[in-house]
Design a protein around this ligand. Structure first.
Ligand code: BV8
Ligand code: ZN
Length: 248
């Protein structure tokens, strides 16, 4: 047994409340590309061209093509054992809050019910002019690109672009969950994007046990208590099964 995993399982065995902070890495084994690794999304397109409010106003069709491509690719994608292990944790602990930077919806499809989508969702859209129209769900495929709003303007993806504010209250709820948890699991995130990257640090400052699950070092590894170096799809099921052995 990996010593780090045993220590992590012992911490979880004594926990009532778990806060999970996840990033693109948890969806990697489902075949969803990450952003900043070799061959990642930001090597294929420039953030300035497809993932900022300025890009959306300058060339909404180009932004929609980027997001509609990702919605298309998601049609063949399933949650992986990492997502399922997190969903299963809701049956083991009194409270599990899954705070995700991902917009793919895979945590919910795996069965997680307490999911906080910090960066929005590929499956929602709302009026660019903010006439109040929200489309939830906004199913794939979009009827046209960019899709029309009833008010005559266009719809935008309900995704937090670089330079957008996070959804109102999202950071407060996420920070509260990190401060109140017994254990904070940080899975598949490089810790590069703010303010999401600061959430695990709230758990650290509150003296909670923080456990990173990632094959590689990240920008926040040095702040965390335990780093389990491996893919989420292998580490999380092993961690959950060892924790259950210790609890029973
Ligand atoms: C904002 C939606 C107020 C779009 C995304 C300081 C404070 C506040 C803001 C800033 C700041 N400094 C800079 C900023 C601006 C900016 C920012 O953080 N820029 C970064 C790049 C420096 N932040 C913002 O604009 C935020 N808005 O703060 O508003 C404001 C406004 C204006 C000016 C100032 C303040 C909004 C940020 C949200 C942007 N939208 N996503 C989309 O998805 O298309 S962010 C995007 O990056 C995704 O959400 C993604 O999830 C997220 C983080 O990336 P990761 O998930 O970590 O993915 P990454 O590829 O980086 O890493 C993958 C990891 O997985 C790796 O570690 C790898 O080792 C690991 N891995 C791989 N395989 C596996 C694995 N792990 C486990 N298992 C495996 N099998
Ligand atoms: Zn409208």
């Amino acid at each position: 047994m990996n010593r780090g995993l045993e220590t992590a399982a012992r911490a979880l065995a004594g926990a009532r409340r778990v806060a999970v902070v996840s990033g693109a890495g948890i969806s990697a084994e489902s075949g969803v590309p990450t952003f900043r690794e070799k061959g990642g999304l930001w090597e294929q397109v420039r953030i300035e061209d497809v993932a900022t409010p300025e890009a959306l106003h300058r060339n909404p069709r180009k932004v929609w093509e980027f997001y509609e491509d990702r919605r298309r690719n998601m049609q063949a994608v399933q949650p992986n054992p990492g997502h399922h292990a997190i969903a299963e944790m809701e049956n083991v602990f009194a409270e599990v809050i899954t705070i995700t930077q991902n917009i793919d919806g895979l945590h919910q499809r795996a069965g997680s019910t307490q999911v906080l989508e910090l960066h929005g969702s590929l499956w929602k859209a709302h009026c660019l002019r903010a006439c109040g129209v929200k489309r939830d769900p906004f199913p794939y495929p979009a009827p046209e690109l960019p899709p029309r709003c009833e008010c005559g303007d266009i719809l935008r993806p309900s995704v937090v672009l670089f330079g957008d504010l996070l959804p109102p209250g999202a950071m407060e709820r996420a920070s509260q969950a990190a401060a109140d948890c017994d254990v904070c699991l940080v899975v598949g995130t490089s810790g590069a994007v703010w303010p999401a990257a600061g959430i695990p640090l709230v758990a650290c400052q509150a003296g909670r046990t923080t456990i990173e699950v990632n094959p590689a070092d990240t920008e926040i590894s040095g702040e965390l208590d335990l780093c389990l170096r491996g893919p989420a799809g292998t580490v999380l099921p092993a961690l959950l099964s060892r924790t259950r052995e210790l609890i029973s």
